[in-house]
Design a protein around this ligand. Structure first.
Ligand SMILES: CC(C)(COP(=O)(O)OP(=O)(O)OC[C@H]1O[C@@H](n2cnc3c(N)ncnc32)[C@H](O)[C@@H]1OP(=O)(O)O)[C@@H](O)C(=O)NCCC(=O)NCCS
Length: 178
């Protein structure tokens, strides 16, 4: 995993000691996404599930799994961005399950930094492909993914909670051009 820093942001691995703050970050992030993009698109039960799914306790369990990876962006010692996902053994396939940047730090290139660190990590693990699911309503996320080279691979009608999703993928490793 590429671990780096510039004057404002440090990119590093998510550790057990970060789980509490990461869970709180997820809760704030879901509330923000809900208010700005998901109200009327994604049902309220989904909101509660997402909070639980990335709670401190759930993260502590995930961190025991060697295939799990978490990457954190830190701004002045505080979490300002997170990306988490899984490598599926030696299959050559990885999924990104969560990416978020704190609203006050969006448009600073942190999303791209997190995606770059993720790609380095999964390429080193021998992956040739990385995918993620997103919602069409999450326009900044879809744009970030397109900018990073993920292509829409499938439209998933009424996937989770009755909402439509998009599967987006990037082919890396031996297919990587840079
Ligand atoms: C998606 C998200 C992670 C982007 O993070 P970010 O740090 O702001 O992204 P960057 O600054 O690296 O910007 C990269 C590109 O993303 C796109 N982008 C970022 N914010 C955008 C916005 N508000 N509107 C449209 N495009 C946007 C642009 O293409 C941008 O490139 P550009 O600046 O050259 O136009 C952030 O908006 C976020 O946390 N959103 C809420 C959580 C979320 O939707 N997660 C994805 C769930 S699937």
């Amino acid at each position: 995993m590429v671990v780096g820093s510039d004057s404002k942001v440090k990119i590093r691995k998510l550790r057990k000691g970060d789980a509490k703050k990461a869970g709180q970050f997820r809760e704030r992030n879901i509330a923000w996404m809900w208010k700005n993009y998901l109200m009327g698109v994604y049902p309220k039960e989904a909101y509660a599930f997402e909070v639980w799914h990335w709670s401190e306790a759930s993260l502590m369990e995930r961190l025991k799994d060697p295939e799990f990876f978490g990457i954190m962006a830190e701004c002045e010692g505080e979490i300002c961005g997170i990306l988490a996902g899984m490598v599926y053994g030696k299959s050559g396939f990885a999924m990104v399950n969560w990416i978020a940047v704190a609203p006050e730090h969006q448009h600073e290139g942190i999303g791209i930094k997190l995606m770059s660190a993720m790609e380095e990590h999964v390429a080193k693990r021998g992956c040739h492909k990385v995918s993620l699911h997103t919602l069409p309503a999450l326009v900044p996320a879809v744009r970030l993914y397109m900018k990073f080279g993920l292509l829409p691979e499938a439209f998933l009608r009424q996937q989770w909670w009755g909402a439509d999703f998009i599967l987006m993928s990037k082919w890396i490793g031996k297919y990587r051009k840079h």
